[in-house]
Design a protein around this ligand. Structure first.
Ligand SMILES: Cc1cc2nc3c(=O)[nH]c(=O)nc-3n(C[C@H](O)[C@H](O)[C@H](O)COP(=O)(O)OP(=O)(O)OC[C@H]3O[C@@H](n4cnc5c(N)ncnc54)[C@H](O)[C@@H]3O)c2cc1C
Length: 354
């Protein structure tokens, strides 16, 4: 289904890192650690990652709380006071979210940094133009953007999108593979009353300009792990798993790809995977429907993690797992793989779509 959207071009003043930006601005000093400059409109978290610091984080959009820190002195502006990633107890103890803090003067912060959070590729802000839009069902669309400069990212990583008229940034995973050009593709599912996803799926016009800050995320393909891959996508988690399957196909790595949808109409992965070399042999797709199905449905039903266990079961320990989707799916998979199947944690790579 193609839906080349037309209409007025929406514009957004794009942010671009300049030399002045990276050299000037308030300085953040991590207690007992590094210091860095927080330039322009960057959040404290994005400034730290841009400086190559292993600042703890996961979602980068206020939902998970992984980037909590303590402000020892100095001033930051809180961008989203009610961000769900910070509980009442945290607030009482003076904690803040680095992804929702803008530095407005030199400051000193307390946080435990770790090399596992250090960006493999430093994120870059730039502007991008919507060049293609395709509906993939009732509530999903694939969007292709061309960025001003070439982008680099690893299969499975995500970007932060600054959308015209939308407060705060939105996280979306790339579904393509970086090829040295500026092409970035996303698959977005419209959420009920969702402001960002509603704009992306229904209203953003071809030619519209947005801001893109990328890459982020740790659930990227470990190309040298040497184990067969299991990808598990739930609903809107399709994009990063497609990116991983596409890169794995380039490298001739074996993949079992599980895709869970609520209805048969949600199962849109096959046409995209079927074009990849080795489909049906080295790359096996397992569709799973959790809601009611027609009498003619021959595929699996139930929760996607149950099907993973049916198919992979006792062989789980020898696989590298990647998964993306709603928090409930992530928790079920974690408990299945870590507690029941004893898969070592370093073999699990996931992003919670909070
Ligand atoms: C790492 C990651 C990757 C993701 N990848 C995908 C993907 O590939 N495809 C997909 O469909 N979805 C993805 N999501 C979910 C996506 O980011 C959005 O949460 C979802 O599309 C709903 O956004 P919305 O604007 O439509 O909904 P809304 O309900 O309008 O907004 C929800 C989100 O917007 C942010 N937000 C809301 N209000 C504010 C505010 N005042 N200030 C700052 N931020 C605010 C918060 O992050 C909140 O979770 C991903 C999420 C994460 C964390």
């Amino acid at each position: 289904m193609n839906s080349p959207m037309t209409g007025p071009v929406e514009t957004l003043p794009a942010q671009q890192d300049t030399l002045a930006d990276v050299c000037t601005g308030p300085r953040v000093t991590i207690e007992g650690g590094a210091s860095f400059v927080a330039a322009g409109e960057d959040s404290l978290l994005r400034a730290a990652l841009r400086a190559g610091i292993g600042f703890p984080h996961e979602c980068s959009v206020g939902g998970c709380g992984a980037c909590r820190f303590e402000l020892l002195d100095g001033q930051v502006e809180e961008l989203w006071h009610d961000a769900p990633g910070l509980g009442e107890r945290d607030r009482r103890r003076g904690k803040r979210l680095a992804c929702q803090s803008r530095v407005i003067g030199d400051c000193r912060v307390k946080v435990r940094c770790d090399d596992i959070y250090r960006p493999v590729i430093r994120p870059l802000r730039q502007s991008a133009t919507l060049v293609h839009h395709r509906l993939l069902g009732a509530d999903m669309a694939e969007l292709s953007f061309e960025t001003e400069h070439a982008v680099d990212f690893l299969a499975g990583q995500y970007a932060l999108l600054a959308l015209p008229g939308v407060r705060g940034m939105r996280a979306y995973s790339m579904s393509n593979v970086a090829d040295g050009s500026g092409l970035m593709q996303f698959i977005v599912r419209r959420t009920p009353d969702g402001i960002g996803s509603g704009l992306l799926v229904d209203r953003l016009a071809i030619g519209a300009r947005i801001g893109i800050d990328a890459p982020y995320g740790h659930a990227y393909l470990r190309e040298d792990a040497g184990r067969p891959i299991v990808c598990v996508a739930g609903g809107s988690g399709l994009a990063p798993m497609l990116s991983i399957a596409r890169r794995a196909a380039e490298l001739s790595m074996p993949v079992d790809f599980f895709f869970g949808g609520r209805s048969i109409g949600d199962l849109c992965a096959e046409p995209m995977l079927a074009t990849l070399p080795g489909f049906g042999e080295r790359l096996r797709l397992h569709n799973v429907v959790s809601g009611p199905v027609d009498a003619g449905w021959r595929g699996a039903t139930g929760w996607v993690h149950e099907e993973v266990d049916r198919v992979i079961g006792g062989n789980a320990g020898g696989r590298e797992f990647y998964f993306a989707g709603p928090p409930a799916m992530i928790e079920s998979l974690q408990s299945l793989l870590m507690l029941q199947r004893q898969v070592p944690f370093p073999q699990l790579h996931f992003d919670r779509f909070v």
